[in-house]
Design a binder for this molecule. Sequence first.
Ligand SMILES: [Ca+2]
Length: 174
Amino acid sequence: MRRTLASLLIIAALVTAATVASAAANIALGRPATASGTYTPSAAPFAAVDGDTTTAWNAGGYATQWIEIDLGSDKSVDMAHMKAAQFPPGAVTHVITGRTSDGATVTLATFSGYSEQGKWLTAYSADTTPVRYVRITTLASPSWVAWWEIELTEGSPPTPVATSSWGQLKALFR
Ligand SMILES: [Ca+2]
C-alpha cells in the first residue's frame, strides 16, 4: 500500500511538472514595477506581479491611472493576462503600451468593454516589437484602478478569436 501511494505521488508530481512546463513563462513575475499611485504599502505595484492572485496593487484613485513593469531587457510581449480588482463592475478602457530600451513607444493592445471584480482579461499584442517596459493605463473605469495580478508572456501569439477567453470584455486590436 505504501509503495502504491508513493508511486501515485510520483505520477502526480510528474503531471504537475508537465503542466507547468507547457504553460508559457510569466515574464512579469517578480519584476520591478512602478505606478501612478499607491493606496497603501501592502497594495504597492509589486503586489500586481508577485504571483499571488489574492494580493493587488491599488492606485487609490480613479482613472486615469497606470502601472508599469520593467522586464529588464527588450522582450517581444505577445500576451497580457490580467486579473481585475474592480468594484463596482462596468465599462472600462485599458491601453497597454510598451517602451523600448531606446525610448520608442508602441501600443500593444487596447481594451474597451465590460469588466468586473476577479475577471481575468486576456489580450494579444498587435505589435510584438521587443520592449523593456510594459505599461497598462486605465483610461476609464467605475472603480479605483487596481489589479490582482498581471502576467505577460513572450513569443508567437496564439491565434486570437473573435470572442476571446475573457468573456464579455471586447478586445479592440490596434
Ligand atoms: Ca498579486
